[in-house]
Design a protein around this ligand. Structure first.
Ligand code: PEP
Ligand code: MG
Length: 539
């Protein structure tokens, strides 16, 4: 047994097998096979396992989020039975004498491309589904065959994890993350919070731990490798208590988000993908306060088309059935890199070419997203939010581009919501300081405390070495938040917090007394924040 201490960044207990994640092992490799029938049988078996998994997920989702939202898994299971899809895979195995993973990846790419080029909206939307089902089969194949992908729940250990890697993982099989690098406000930590799995950073992980049993204590930042029976039993007990505490919080599911003295607070959720909506519905949040749309770009190997984006935004809006869905436009750059953007290397990427700066510089990319957003606004209660603002001039430029897009939609007779709410993120000290002027131009403010803290304190949020000096409760940050809320209210608009600080229960009372109108947190935090709001006075 070995005990290692790092820094806990998401609380909770996980018990399971360790899996060492190496970037190389994740690519689908092409290799020659000699036994065609055996390879076809491997595919058949993996496909059946994938169908079984989908049926189980469908049953679970049916209970948790209802038939409409669960039906996608039933559709996916049916798609795996499609004759053309199966013929193509078997044909590639047979004609090229290659492994099943490669045949599935090729077919997935070909079919997905074919669907995305179709005229009909419905078929175009199936492109993402084809990719999804193919990835599931490859995942199962890797677990059963020669490569190292898991097909059982694991604790993932890695040197570091980029957001683009994290979003592509099969979330159902992840019990926890443990990395050597990383920081509490990194996007990978945020993803772990969205998934509600414990996570630790700062552990000098070893490849030879792969396959060993382990415990992650996300309260004390401990990783216990190969635990003895006594320790294991103690943690099984702790985990049980954890589950009981979570069960207790469920009594707040249908309660209102109202303070002791009667102020209603908008308690919303942060999401990174369409599938996160299930957790939002489960926690019964009033809406989505931040949909990090860039994750759609990170999941993709090329610019997601207007159609693919439209379907994603529309699906979220429909799933939320009239509740508010605030979608943030592309915040790519800095730690969130997608090769096809060809952003180039920068000395200080967090201070560099990112987010709205890219969108204003590459209006064709921005307009594609805006068209998808405005079109989707006809299907639910969508609001749009712009990231990394530093000036009024940027807001005016955004408005001009939005006008071009909406004029074009009107001309073509394409429906959209005319009075769509448009707000900005306040996540730079510049925006906070001129929030009095910015408030005149927009419908709401959402304070991004992750970046606001990074830029105010001049502490790179990605730098593990600075974790210990990063005071997230620094008075400078809190003063800026207070100022932003006051300036918003002076102009009659609302102000919320969508950075990680919004879920910090030790600050809830201060935020409510400052007049913060909205808190947008990961779905796993909703019930705890709701409980806190109900126990607190706003005045
Ligand atoms: C923030 O900066 O606080 C924020 C919510 O945006 P992100 O974490 O995606 O940069
Ligand atoms: Mg930010």
């Amino acid at each position: 047994m070995g005990e290692f201490t790092g820094k806990a960044i998401v609380s909770g207990i996980a018990i399971g097998k360790l899996m060492y994640y190496s970037k190389d092992a994740q690519q689908v490799k092409r290799y020659k096979i000699s036994d065609i029938d055996a390879e076809k049988a491997r595919y058949e078996e993996a496909k059946n396992t994938a169908i079984e998994q989908l049926n189980q997920i469908y049953e679970k989702a049916l209970k948790e989020v209802g038939e409409v939202n669960a039906s996608i898994f039933e559709v996916h299971a049916m798609m795996l039975e499609d004759e053309d899809y199966n013929d193509s895979i078997n044909n590639i195995i047979e004609s090229q004498l290659v492994n099943a993973e490669y045949a599935v990846a090729c077919t997935g790419d070909n079919f997905s491309k074919m669907f995305s080029e179709m005229e009909d909206d419905y078929f175009r939307a199936r492109a993402a589904d084809i990719k999804d089902i193919s990835e599931r089969v490859i995942y199962v194949l890797k677990g059963s065959g020669s490569t190292s992908g898991p097909n059982e729940p694991v604790i993932l250990i890695a040197e570091d994890l980029a957001p683009s890697e994290t979003v592509q993982m099969d979330k159902d099989n992840l019990l926890s993350f443990v990395t050597r690098l990383g920081s509490s406000n990194s996007h990978t930590a945020i993803l772990a919070r969205n998934m509600d799995i414990p996570a630790i950073i700062g552990i000098d992980i070893k490849e030879e731990w792969d396959g060993l049993n382990a415990i992650v204590d996300g309260y004390n930042g401990k990783l216990i490798v190969d635990p003895d029976e006594e320790t294991l039993n103690a943690y099984i007990e702790k985990q049980k208590k954890d589950t009981e505490a979570k069960e207790l919080l469920k009594q707040f599911k249908d309660k209102e988000d109202v303070t002791l003295d009667g102020k209603h607070i908008k308690l919303y959720c942060n999401i990174g993908s369409v599938s996160d909506t299930a957790a939002v519905l489960k926690s019964n949040a009033q809406g989505i306060g931040l949909f990090r749309s860039e994750f759609l770009y990170l999941e993709s190997s090329d610019y997601p088309s207007e159609e693919v984006q439209f379907q994603a935004y529309k699906t979220v809006a429909e799933n939320m059935a009239g509740r508010k869905v605030i979608i943030r436009t592309l915040d790519i750059g800095a730690d969130k890199q997608a090769d096809y953007f060809e952003l180039g290397k920068e000395d200080n990427p967090a201070l560099g070419y990112r987010a709205i700066r890219i969108c204003l510089d590459r209006p064709e990319v921005f307009k594609t997203q805006l068209r998808a957003l405005f079109r989707a606004s006809a299907f639910g209660n969508i609001a749009i939010m712009y990231p990394m603002i530093i000036s009024v001039d940027e807001v005016l430029k955004i408005k001009a581009i939005v006008k071009e897009v909406t004029d074009e939609l009107k001309e073509k007779g394409i429906p959209f919501k005319e009075d769509i709410e448009q707000g900005i993120m306040i996540e730079t000290p510049a925006a906070a300081i001129i929030s009095d002027e910015l408030a005149k131009e927009v419908d709401f403010f959402s304070i991004g405390t992750n970046d606001l803290t990074q830029y105010t304190l001049a502490i790179d949020r990605q730098n593990a070495k600075l974790e210990s000096i990063c005071d997230t409760h620094h008075p400078a940050v809190l003063k800026l938040i207070e100022m932003v809320v006051k300036n918003a209210h002076k102009e009659g608009i609302w102000a919320g917090i969508c950075g990680e600080l919004g879920a910090d229960l030790t600050l809830t009372e201060r935020f409510l007394k400052m007049g913060v109108d909205e808190l947008s947190v990961s779905a796993s935090k909703v019930l705890a924040v709701r409980k806190k709001i109900r126990e607190t006075k706003a005045n």
